[in-house]
Design a protein around this ligand. Sequence first.
Ligand code: 5GP
Length: 119
Amino acid sequence: MAYDPENIFAKILRGELPCNKVYEDEYSLAFHDINPQAPVHVLVIPKGDYVSMDDFTAKAPAELITGFFQAVGKVARQLELDEPGYRILANIGTHGHQEVPHLHIHIFGGRPLGPMLAG
Ligand code: 5GP
């Protein structure tokens, strides 16, 4: 799947649409999900044109992959989720139910999250 530069997260990255920012560095941007599924629901996106985790891990430079995953950990600690814990999730493609075609990692926390998959 080719990257669509008009996807909503690309627009947020370019500053064309607002977001409720949690964290930003040279590799990543993190912001609150518009429709939270947990008391804390934050999205972390890389600064680069990557459709999904599949695309990212196949094509992104190692420095960006490292910086992006470090940012996910930093965001969780900044939100004080490291204790008692949290969940990360990346939906990929049709079976993964991915809606926005720019890689994003969901961070969920703030309550016990129950079993891994709903059904
Ligand atoms: P996906 O199903 O692609 O893994 O998740 C997309 C997520 O993006 C959903 O949780 C949805 O609520 C969130 N989302 C969609 N549009 C916007 C938006 O304009 N702003 C923010 N902050 N989140 C959005």
